[in-house]
Design a protein around this ligand. Structure first.
Ligand code: NAD
Length: 565
């Protein structure tokens, strides 16, 4: 029976069979011969996911000093049911990832259809033609429990298989550039021995030319710039690999404006990536305890942060929102911990801050469920069977990337508590973490494994019409600082909801005027790190009491006057 791969828009693509492989190889041979006659280098990008698809386009779009395309790129993707669709899409000139950067779609179309410097394939035979192979396959970290990163492991299988496959096919002087975020030590202690062994079996006596240079991709409006026009760190396994990777990066990204940092050994480049992301995870996590402090002591954490930010030395202090998502921050520190024990063989426990930061970030969103429960309780409504609307599914503002978003945890916990959830997000059409929760991001990876009663969430659909999703809701959770949410008017929200609601502000979206207005409209407001809402609530109550007292007084005065008449 034929197997199919389904694209996000529902298009079905049949997986290739043996006959297709032969034809595909012939197609590639013809393409490569033609490209070689044009003096173009052949670059294979392995893994055309969030990073690889765009990196492939950046390389295919690069031009030499005379304005000529000097590289021909073959994006190579294994033909799994989950990912095969990316290949036919790319070959039509369509981006396999949806992004807010319009340049991504334009660049892929330009390279495939006009410059003809980009193609995609499913056959590993493509590797035979490569002068450079760029590795952009994933290296996940699987957590066994929620809020305990120590209880987990790096998933090395896809990566290890890739190294073996690459070594089986490439020519001895192909440069292999690993861009995947890996456990520090991977290039020298995992990739090198695997590839060397295969080389020796093939009778090749030289060492594989391995280099590492990590990506700093930022999903969103500046996707392309975050790859092409940004600083890079790199290193090679030996002098030849090092000089080849420097040369290659100079040819494909903007190293003139954003100079390269060259480190002595790949483990240093690998460590730089892990430390960079652990640093960010830590400065976010540390504010969690101050967020609780703020809530319990009438303090607005957002104002505190803004008052500190003015110091240039503290300008990167950031409000943590409902949990720290994205693909990288929740996992990268785990890769570091894992490497220390399982690659380098140490038994002692040197890591204190990095795992704690990840654990705090991984569970921060659960507090939002408590705030929602309390706000509804104050309004005399039980959480069980309450209709709750989450505004924002993605992990950060103005992007459609939902990977490990805090919103996912909010939905899962509130569902477990018996609430009925709805969601709206202007940037997300499908929330695959729910719609395909049995297989996405992978069968064993769904966060549903940490919660009960999650089956019905397969039917959760992302609303695009805010008015419609608001109708009849008991609570609104502002989860992401998407631009369209910043200007929402409390009167309109309450009007569309059909009456007073609980409002939960997870990301300091609401200014004091709006918070006050919600209270005036009879709503209950709570927010992460926003202890001052209680003061505003008291103020509104006092004002209401004053008006009431004044009305009573006036009523009395009228009564007295009427009596006198
Ligand atoms: N997404 C980001 O924002 C981001 C930012 C910086 C760094 N990174 C790092 O970049 C790396 C890639 O991340 P991503 O987001 O692109 O992951 P992804 O899951 O979107 O893409 C990986 C791709 O590799 C393919 N693949 C797996 N094994 C393969 C094989 N043997 N042969 C061919 N293809 C194979 C998968 O099918 C998938 O399409 C990760 O290490 C990640 O940590 C990601």
């Amino acid at each position: 029976m034929s197997e199919y791969s389904l694209s996000p828009t529902g298009e079905k693509f049949q997986l290739p069979d043996q006959k297709d492989y032969l034809e595909e190889l012939e197609r590639l041979k013809m393409l490569v011969n033609r490209q070689r006659s044009l003096k173009r280098e052949i670059i294979v990008v392995m893994g055309v996911g969030f990073v690889g698809a765009v990196m492939a386009a950046v390389v295919a779009d690069a031009e030499d000093s005379k304005g000529n395309s000097a590289k021909f790129v073959i994006g190579m993707q294994r033909p799994s049911t989950r990912s095969f669709w990316k290949i036919p899409l790319l070959n039509r000139g369509l981006s396999p990832i949806s992004t807010e950067d319009p340049e991504v779609a334009l660049m892929i179309d330009r390279c495939v259809n006009r410059k003809k410097t980009l193609t995609a394939t499913y056959t590993y035979d493509a590797l035979k033609f490569a002068e450079v192979v760029i590795v952009d396959v994933q290296c996940d970290y699987l957590k066994e429990s929620l809020g305990n990163v120590r209880n987990g492991q790096a998933e090395m299988k896809a990566l290890e298989e890739s190294f073996e496959t690459i070594a089986t096919h490439i020519s001895p002087n192909t440069l292999v550039l690993i861009e995947t975020t890996v456990a520090p030590g991977t290039t020298e202690q995992i990739a090198y021995p695997i590839m060397r062994k295969v080389f020796r079996k093939r009778g090749i006596n030289t060492d594989p030319l391995l280099a590492h240079s990590f990506e700093r991709v930022m999903p969103g409006k500046n996707y392309i710039a975050s790859i092409r026009d940004f600083w890079r760190v790199c290193s090679g396994i030996n002098e030849e690999a090092k000089s080849r990777v420097i040369q290659f990066l100079r040819e494909v990204i903007n190293t003139e404006t954003y100079p390269l940092t060259v480190l002595d050994r790949p483990i240093e480049s690998e460590t730089a990536k892990i430390v960079e992301n652990s640093y960010r995870a830590t400065i976010l996590a540390f504010l969690d305890e101050w967020s609780h402090f703020a809530e319990q002591n009438g303090v607005d954490l957002m104002k505190v942060i803004n008052s500190i930010k003015v110091r240039p030395t503290h300008s990167n202090i950031i409000f943590p929102g409902p949990g720290i998502g994205g693909y990288c921050l929740p996992k990268d520190g785990g890769l570091g911990l894992w490497a220390y024990r399982h690659i380098h063989g140490f038994e002692d426990d040197i890591f204190k801050i990095t795992p704690l930061a990840i654990d705090i970030n991984d569970t921060r969103a659960l507090h939002v469920a408590q705030l929602t429960r309390d706000a509804l309780r104050n309004m005399g409504r039980p959480i069980a069977s309450a209709e709750i609307l989450v505004l924002g599914a993605s992990y950060r503002e103005d992007v459609g990337d939902t990977r490990y978003s805090g919103s996912e945890l909010i939905v899962r916990r509130l569902t477990e508590m018996g609430a009925e959830l709805r969601v709206h997000d202007p940037y997300v059409l499908h929330w695959w973490e729910f719609e395909k929760q049995d297989e996405y991001p992978a069968s064993s990876h769904s966060l549903k494994r940490f919660f009960r009663g999650q089956e019905k969430l397969k039917d959760l659909r992302v609303g695009q019409d805010l008015k419609e999703t608001l109708h009849g809701t008991d609570a609104v959770i502002f989860a992401v600082r998407h631009q369209p949410y910043l200007t929402l008017d409390p009167d309109e929200i309450v009007n569309h909801a059909g009456g007073p609601i609980a409002v939960i502000d997870c990301f300091a979206l609401l200014d004091d005027t709006k918070i006050k207005r919600y209270f005036e409209l009879g709503c209950e407001v709570k927010g992460l790190g926003r202890g001052h809402v209680k003061r505003i609530k008291d103020q509104v109550r006092e004002e209401k009491e004053k008006v009431l007292t004044e009305n009573v007084r006036q009523g009395l005065r009228l009564k007295v006057r009427n009596k006198a008449l």
